[in-house]
Design a protein around this ligand. Structure first.
Ligand code: MN
Length: 348
């Protein structure tokens, strides 16, 4: 039957925007223009719960550059990610409306201008009531998002996966680079330092006092040995962060062992396995997470593509955690009997 022209026009314009990955029955995973998690490209954060944006900037790198290609690498690799996460028992795309918000316009040789653009985008997303999720980019980008989110939400707790503390001093007299971001964030009052947990820290260090700043400010430094010896104890500690206020989560791929994630700017042997990292990410369910990033993905240093695939997988685990947290909160609200305005009726 031939459709009337106005009916055809209606069919083309869905009344409600579908903010989930395109069905693999319609478009195979390897086809189409690559976007984060095969999501639609959508600019307006008011239409989504989470807006995933690329921050292709590596001008804060002190060693091996290439993280500017991270967002592209993760978009490609994320064709293999899926929505249903058995550990959480949730389909993240059923719980969360997500979209690819495109890339922030970064200036390759200007940290200040790039951070200003990232901050403006994070600010816009947060004020729209959505969670900004950034894919880097080197670790410097976190400072841009933290500046915006602390302004909107107040000082934040932080869970960061990383081989390095990133609280170090200036390099070549430059005080802002990917190894100083969390010292800067504390100095700018963006964090609640006693609610900062660093996971996977390891040496060798330049000097014995490399972690002095983090220790003096009360960061909980979880060295890699603790994770290897007692993952469950670390998970219990993460569970203890629930009800401690709003958190930011930052996942630097170099927290993972270079055997699993060699495509990163400053690899350090002896890190987490992919499984340990993903298990710890799952341990964040229940935290009130208002922003997140996955950084230091340098695809050109990993011809296998595993680093980008792991980054994409970490991203979906973080989102599944948000989804699980929301569905748990909704379930507990339903279970809470409301104070009855009049005596409860029998048989309810
Ligand atoms: Mn880092």
């Amino acid at each position: 039957m031939t459709k009337m022209p106005d009916e055809a026009a209606k069919a083309k314009k869905p009344t409600k925007l579908e903010m989930k990955p395109v069905s693999t029955r319609k478009v195979p995973r390897f086809a189409g223009v690559p976007t984060f998690l095969r999501l639609p490209v959508h600019d307006d954060p008011r239409d989504v719960d989470v807006l995933i944006c690329g921050a292709p900037f590596d001008g804060g790198t002190t060693f091996r550059p290439g993280a500017r290609f991270g967002p592209r690498g993760v978009r490609n690799a994320s064709a293999l990610t899926r929505g249903f996460h058995p550990a959480q028992g949730v389909d993240l795309f059923e719980q969360l409306r997500c979209a690819d918000g495109g890339d922030v316009a970064c200036v390759p040789m200007s940290v200040e201008r790039s951070l200003a653009s990232i901050e403006a985008r994070a600010d816009e997303i947060a004020r729209a009531g959505a969670v900004p999720a950034f894919v880097g980019g080197d670790h410097t980008i976190s400072l841009g998002t933290l500046r915006a989110l602390a302004r909107v939400h107040g000082p934040l707790g932080l869970v960061v996966f990383d081989a390095h503390s990133d609280t170090f001093g200036p390099a070549w007299d430059v005080d802002l680079h990917h190894g100083t971001v969390f010292r800067k964030a504390v100095e700018e009052g963006l964090l609640r330092p006693r609610d900062v947990v660093q996971l996977g820290i390891r040496g060798p260090f330049t000097a014995a006092n490399d972690l002095a700043f983090a220790r003096e400010h009360g960061f909980r430094i979880v060295m890699i040995d603790e994770i290897k010896r007692s993952l469950d104890a670390v998970l219990a500690e993460l569970a203890g962060l629930r009800d401690r206020g709003k958190f930011y989560v930052s996942f630097d791929l170099d927290g993972v062992d270079p055997a699993y994630a060699p495509g990163t700017g400053t690899p350090v042997p002896g890190g987490m396995t992919s499984w340990e990292a993903l298990t710890l990410v799952r341990g964040l369910v229940g935290l009130e997470i208002v922003g997140l990033d996955v950084v230091e993905i340098s695809p050109d240093h990993d011809p296998s593509g595993n680093t980008s695939l792991l980054a994409a997988t970490v991203l979906t685990e973080l989102l599944a955690g948000l989804a699980a947290t929301r569905s748990l909160a909704a379930a507990s609200q339903r279970a809470q009997p409301k104070a009855p305005k009049r005596p409860a009726k029998k048989g309810r």
